[in-house]
Design a protein around this ligand. Structure first.
Ligand SMILES: Cc1cc2nc3c(=O)[nH]c(=O)nc-3n(C[C@H](O)[C@H](O)[C@H](O)COP(=O)(O)OP(=O)(O)OC[C@H]3O[C@@H](n4cnc5c(N)ncnc54)[C@H](O)[C@@H]3O)c2cc1C
Length: 379
């Protein structure tokens, strides 16, 4: 009989332990206050950089570790989510959507080491006020002018938008449609580039989300990421790892909600017994645990295929939809199980319920995922 293949090995447990200690020491004591303040100290990037957390999955030569070890990244992401704030994880982790195109298609030495050290912050700017799903139709224009591109247009809903130093920006350099899109590295402080207000959100309070404006902003041609007009393929490639990350976030959100529900079901009494002894709640908890287990296994399976170099365009879209929908249901059930307390800001499930709502919107909406899945099915 073939040996059962675990996804994680002892080295991943070490990663898990170290990230968990970081979360317990540096995040958990303050996270409620940071959520209310809708921000966390910039210093946390430096601390996460020094602890080696930001560099997990990146080349050692650029200040990273565990390059090519996807399950080290999975373990680190899951443990970071133990802080219970999707906003903090998204803010601290915006490098994971901003850097990959630079790593693969540009000169990473200038940018990546500073970001992995937490000295600089990276963001990805694709979405525009006119729409985010229809990436091929984006409007921000970059006209070649000698050694520069002159960029005009705007972006919105950009994670780490206010605080970032390096922005990986999708622009139109060519004809209408997907074949006219490029990626540019645009630095904070470039004349003609301004950052708008920090947007107020339903959830992810600790993350900074902003609008960006480009008004005849002159960007050196050397800041082009990849070849001109090849940006769409770079963006689509980037989405695969982002969708895995969002599925993992959803699964961990569900895990925390389930743990909170179990704790409460054991301790809260009604009609003379713990509420977890009522069959309706026992079964609900059993169903929550089952759905989460299925979602997590399916997500891990896709991660394993990605680690093996397989294309999982359809399956990763399925994993994202399944995980985010499952976590939406589980966080709703968790609020119900905690009763009035579940509606209070002092309870973790209240935040998990709000935070999870973005996960079926960002990184490609549920409907866009279904478009991809059905297209892959030949429809
Ligand atoms: C908190 C937060 C953080 C974000 N961070 C970033 C970031 O860092 N960088 C970045 O670039 N973007 C970011 N986004 C933007 C996010 O990726 C977009 O909101 C998302 O892609 C959807 O785009 P949209 O909001 O313009 O909705 P639209 O594209 O206008 O869609 C509106 C509705 O129409 C549906 N729809 C659209 N097309 C179809 C179709 N073909 N079939 C069926 N239904 C369809 C959508 O599913 C959705 O329900 C963030 C958003 C939020 C809220």
């Amino acid at each position: 009989m073939p040996a059962f293949q675990e996804y994680f090995d002892p080295s991943h447990q070490l990663v898990r332990d170290s990230v968990r200690r970081f979360v317990e020491r540096e995040i958990l004591p303050d996270i409620d206050q940071w959520e209310e303040a809708e921000s966390f100290p910039r210093e946390l990037y430096l601390k996460a950089g020094a602890a080696g957390i930001l560099g997990i999955g990146y080349p050692e030569a650029l200040g990273g570790s565990h390059e090519g070890d996807l399950f080290a990244k999975v373990a680190a992401s899951e443990e970071l989510m133990r802080c219970g704030s999707g906003g903090l994880v998204a803010g601290l982790g915006s490098l994971d959507i901003g850097l990959p195109p630079i790593l693969k298609w540009a000169r990473p030495e200038r940018v990546v080491p500073q970001v992995l050290a937490g000295e600089k912050i990276s963001a990805l700017a694709v979405t525009e006020p006119s729409g985010g799903s229809d990436v091929a139709n984006l409007q921000t224009r970059a006209m070649r002018d000698g050694d520069f591109y002159r960029v005009s247009g705007s972006k919105t809903f950009i994670t780490s938008g206010v605080r970032a130093d390096f922005y990986t920006v999708a622009v139109r350099t060519g004809a209408p449609g997907f074949a006219g899109i490029s990626l540019l590295l645009i630095e904070k402080g470039t004349p003609g580039f301004t950052v708008g207000r920090q947007l107020k959100k339903m959830g992810w309070w600790a993350s900074d989300t902003a609008e960006l404006f480009f008004d005849d902003c002159r960007v050196p041609v050397g800041n082009l990421i990849g070849a001109e007009n090849m940006g769409f393929a770079c963006i689509m490639g980037n989405f695969q790892s982002e969708r895995l990350a969002l599925a993992l976030m959803a699964n961990m959100t569900a895990q925390l909600a389930l743990e909170e529900s179990l704790k409460w079901a054991r301790q809260r009494e009604a009609f003379g017994k713990p509420i977890g002894k009522f069959q309706v709640l026992k079964h609900r908890l059993a169903e929550m645990a089952t759905a989460l287990e299925v979602s997590r296994e399916f997500t891990y399976r896709q991660a394993a295929k990605m680690a093996a170099g397989q294309s999982v365009i359809k399956e990763i879209s399925m994993a994202k939809n399944f995980a985010t929908d499952t976590a939406d249901r589980i966080t709703t059930d968790a609020v119900q199980i905690l009763g009035g307390l579940g509606y209070m800001r002092e309870s973790l499930v209240e935040r998990l319920y709000r935070d999870n709502r973005i996960l079926s919107i960002g990184g490609g909406t549920r409907e866009v995922m279904n478009e991809i899945i059905s297209k892959q099915m030949g429809l």
